[in-house]
Design a protein around this ligand. Structure first.
Ligand SMILES: Cc1cc2nc3c(=O)[nH]c(=O)nc-3n(C[C@H](O)[C@H](O)[C@H](O)COP(=O)(O)O)c2cc1C
Length: 503
């Protein structure tokens, strides 16, 4: 065991900030992180044993006690419930002859709940050993039970069990015409640094992660900091139930997202970026690593990018199952190998972020939009939308509608239009922005998508008249009870998690 751990620690340059990655690797090999492993990591990395224990306790995907060969988690999003999750889970448990939440007596398999796994358009969904399972039904469960009893390795299971579709139904300004790799960076070098930032400013682009802070302003603040070691972080934690648009952007438009990060680096003067990818999107990890390598091979990452003197690279860090790590300061703590406890602000990440150095944290969609704006110019984007909300917004639509999936709309679009496009009938109401967002009912369907009206990070969960509002409330309350221990951060409208969930 020690030889294995040493090789992992070596691979990650004995860096305590990579503690989560190191622990993930140890767990993948031994199905848990034993007391002996914790002790050894503590000594080798020269960090307190208690710090490692508290990190393992915090993240729901890390385990200090032995887990099983097949770790099954079923997504507990309201949309999974609407698709019959509860009955399917009981069926799963009966077929596997186990009790939900407990290891089966032979130690082979366990079945438990997990918070929304980001597959609300193709549920009921789950995870097996961290890999996404979609469209669970009785025949699929029967097949999975058989594979488990025969102890077939997960890597040899039928690929269709792991198919994750994009389900893009409406493309607009951004989705219909992605950039070619390098186009935005070339445009930025032709135009100049100050001029490019001016274009981002003119575009009116505001953060797509929820808070809607002006992107150009964030980048400018960061670039004006005296400290010159600066970082770019892409927030791909996407933990809000009902949100899955970042999953699709990373699956099919990753070049453009990475280009947006590199563009930001060239403007703020950064040499290192991170993609903080939620653990539930493990299925994207290898694909994204390959795209990063492609970009290095074509001078779009690494030293002297496009022979313009910029050195910048991107590292992917996987989350370990904690909704709170979507909050930017908690995310930064997690990137530093710690528990995802939000920091007191100010100081904000732009002045003291990763390793307390100036850091830009933006949502996946924000970087995606910024790179196209760098190519097309700010006015091209600003011409679309409303006066206070320029451009388009990408929505993740799920629940009671014919076509759950991804829709891109100009800001200012009415909710009525959205419902019509996705085939929603007899609608009771919509949860806009996930459980921490707003519930609107029929008399508000004339309202529009806009920061000044219905602001959203992108989650739209539709409920028809057959749904019981109390079931919805119960599910959301359960989500917060498990993802938070009731601590409400004074600077945020969202509930903050400070404790590992039982999931
Ligand atoms: C509890 C909580 C969860 C959050 N989750 C996410 C998330 O999953 N993705 C995201 O981009 N922003 C999330 N945010 C917002 C981030 O803190 C931050 O504002 C955002 O990443 C900034 O990027 P933007 O300016 O591009 O929106 C969350 C905030 C809170 C309070």
């Amino acid at each position: 065991m020690q030889a294995f751990i040493l090789s992992v620690i070596d691979k990650y340059e004995a860096s305590p900030v990579r503690l989560l990655t190191i622990l993930r690797n140890i767990q993948a090999e031994f199905q848990h992180i034993s007391a002996e492993a914790i002790e050894f990591v503590a000594i080798t990395l020269n960090i307190p044993r208690t710090q490692i224990v508290s990190v393992i306790e915090f993240y729901s995907f890390l385990h200090a006690t032995p887990t099983c060969k097949y770790d099954l988690l079923i997504s507990d999003s309201i949309t999974d419930h609407m698709l019959g999750k509860q009955e399917l889970m009981s069926y799963f448990a009966s077929q596997l002859k186990l009790t939900i939440g407990e290891l089966r007596a032979d130690g082979l398999v366990s079945l438990n709940n997990t918070s929304c796994s980001g597959m609300c358009d193709q549920g009921p969904a789950g995870l097996v050993n961290g890999y996404a399972l979609t469209q669970l039904d009785h025949p699929r469960i029967d097949a999975i039970v058989k594979l488990i009893e025969q102890q077939v390795p997960v890597k040899q299971w039928p690929t269709e069990f792991f198919t994750v579709d994009d389900n893009i139904y409406l493309t607009g300004l951004l989705l219909q015409d992605p950039i070619e790799p390098g186009d935005a960076l070339n445009a930025r070098y032709l135009r100049g640094l100050v001029e490019t930032l001016t274009e981002i400013d003119i575009s009116g682009l505001r953060g797509r992660g929820g808070a809607g802070f002006k992107t150009a302003m964030k980048w400018r603040f960061c670039s004006e900091e005296a400290e010159t070691e600066r970082y770019v972080v892409c927030n791909a934690d996407e933990g809000e139930p009902g949100t899955f648009k970042d999953r699709v952007l990373l699956n099919s438009y990753a070049h453009q997202v990475f280009e947006g990060m590199t563009l930001c680096a060239s403007i703020i003067g950064s040499e290192q970026g991170f993609l903080y990818l939620r653990g539930e999107y493990l299925h994207l990890y290898d694909k994204l690593q390959n795209i990063l390598q492609e970009r290095r091979d074509t001078s779009l990452l690494g030293n002297n990018i496009l022979r313009q003197g910029l050195s910048f690279d991107i590292e992917i860090r996987l989350g370990c199952g904690a909704y709170i790590c979507g909050e930017e300061s908690a995310l930064i703590e997690s990137l530093e190998g710690k528990r995802g406890i939000p920091r007191n602000r100010p100081p904000y990440p732009v002045s003291q972020g990763y390793l307390h150095k100036p850091t830009v944290v933006n949502n996946v969609e924000t970087f995606f939009a910024a790179s196209k704006i760098a190519l097309e110019g700010g006015q091209w984007f600003a011409d679309v939308g409303t006066e206070q909300s320029q451009g388009t917004k990408i929505l993740s639509i799920s629940g009671d509608c014919k076509k759950p999936g991804i829709y891109e709309y100009p800001f200012g679009t009415s909710i009525k239009q959205v419902l019509q496009d996705c085939g929603a009938a007899d609608v009771l109401g919509i949860q806009v922005g996930g459980p921490s967002g707003t519930f609107i009912s029929q008399d508000e369907f004339h309202r529009t998508l806009a920061f000044e009206d219905l602001a959203t990070g992108g989650s739209f969960i539709i409920f028809n008249q057959t749904r019981n509002i109390l079931d919805i409330v119960k599910n959301f309350t359960h989500f917060f009870a498990h993802e938070s221990c009731g601590f409400l951060h004074p600077l945020s409208s969202r509930n903050i998690v400070i404790k590992k969930t039982t999931r």
